[in-house]
Design a protein around this ligand. Structure first.
Ligand code: LLP
Length: 384
């Protein structure tokens, strides 16, 4: 819960808007970096979770590399202080224009998702007389036990190269002069809270490294992606996730070669808890079966509940009355514009200010202007 002084300041700002707790962001970033450094691991922060300039500058200063999925993200990362040599670039559909930008920026790796993509990167790099360092994104066929929309490591998903293709891909890469294979890349999904999934991933990575050895390939880097989930139910009690245990799983279960560098691509676990969507209550509508709290923020500002039925804890920052049960909904003309069903919050009246918690990841970045609404602005705890 923000302090009384902060709440007084928030009340004066035009809602809806994103509010970032910068102290928490810095603490989270430092914890993640420290825990990774104990094992010599590198974290590439996944910009797709939040590409706000101020947040990126804090994360680049904290020592993260970057994980980008578009040329615009590469440009943004570089503008915000990330060293291009620490940028991994992923995505199933990199266009020629984007590949050109990435090559000109001098990034760390292209995480490649298909043979046609590798051939295309090779021909664009050849024209520039450059050699592109690449990773093969492997589809390890590991179930992340998470929402189907954020599961990526199953053979039925569009991502990566499957085991039956390894031989062909390796032979092809050997025949190409302008790409150099330096890493394998894995990412099996997002908001993974069952830590056993990462143990399973480690076991699969070990198997797959062995297969590559039989093909004569031993690589200097390994990238196991991101996906570490956060506690949406108890954001205050678990504001910083247990990075220590997470990295220990990899240290214990993964067989790295001597000198092989391990890379991660964490997004949500770094930025989710520091951000909230702050919204004002426009009306309270009491029905026979339900009481509705109607907010001025909508699914265009934060789409996760509508798109994934994701749970975000909601707090009434301006009421200390006993709790009541409400459906908390936005103003947009769609039934899916609902932030929470049957949520217990302090009794609410028109004009109250609500915080929709844990919205720092996949919140502001996924906002749209649907219904010709304005994009939400961002404010920061150290600036208001
Ligand atoms: N690396 C790759 C290749 C990815 O596709 C992703 C996320 C990440 C890293 C970062 O994953 P994280 O550590 O943040 O879980 N919009 C959805 C999440 C989509 C995640 C897409 N890929 C949501 O709001 O839950």
């Amino acid at each position: 819960m923000p302090s009384k002084a902060i709440i007084e300041k928030l009340k004066k700002i035009q809602t809806p808007f994103y509010f970032y707790d910068i102290e928490l962001l810095k603490k989270t970033a430092q914890t993640a970096i420290n825990e990774a450094e104990k094992f010599g691991y590198t974290i590439h922060y996944a910009l797709k979770a939040n590409s706000n300039h101020k947040i990126l500058k804090i994360l680049s200063a904290a020592g993260f590399g970057a994980d980008c999925v578009s040329a615009n993200e590469i440009v943004r990362a570089t503008e915000c202080g990330f060293n291009p040599k620490h940028i991994a670039y992923a995505g199933v559909g990199k266009t020629d224009k984007e590949i050109n930008t990435a090559l000109d920026s001098g990034i760390f790796t292209f995480n490649c998702e298909s043979l046609p993509e590798i051939e295309n990167i090779n021909s664009i790099a050849a024209k520039k007389s450059k050699i592109a360092d690449i990773a093969i994104r492997i589809n390890p066929n590991v179930d992340a036990h998470t929402h189907e929309y954020v599961t990526t490591g199953l053979e039925e998903n569009k991502f990566g190269i499957s085991e039956w293709q390894f031989n062909e891909v390796v032979e092809k890469i050997k025949s190409l002069d302008s790409v150099k294979l330096i890493s394998l890349h894995f990412h099996i999904g997002s908001q993974i809270t069952d830590m056993k999934v990462f143990e399973t991933l480690c076991a699969r990575v070990n198997e797959i490294q062995k297969i590559f050895e039989t093909l004569g390939i031993k690589l200097p880097h390994l990238n196991v992606g991101g996906g570490l989930g956060i506690d949406y139910k108890n954001p205050d009690a678990n504001s910083i996730i247990d990075f220590k245990s997470y990295f220990e799983i990899f240290n214990k279960n993964l067989n790295l070669y001597d000198g092989q560098k391990l890379h991660f691509e964490l997004g949500r676990s770094i930025v989710a808890q520091c951000g909230s969507l702050i919204t004002q209550v426009t009306y309270v509508k009491n029905g026979r079966q339900k009481n509705f709290v109607i907010t001025d923020g909508g699914m265009n500002d934060l789409i996760r509940p509508a798109l994934y039925r994701a749970y975000h804890k909601i707090k009434n920052l301006t009421s200390s009355k006993p709790e009541k049960i409400y459906d908390i909904v936005g103003p947009i003309c769609e039934s899916s514009d609902c932030f929470a069903k049957n949520e217990m919050i302090n009794e609410t009246q028109r004009g109250d200010i609500l915080a929709i918690c844990s919205a720092g990841a996949y919140g502001e970045v996924m906002a749209s202007q649907y219904n010709l609404r304005e994009l939400p602005k961002a404010y920061y705890s150290d600036e208001i």
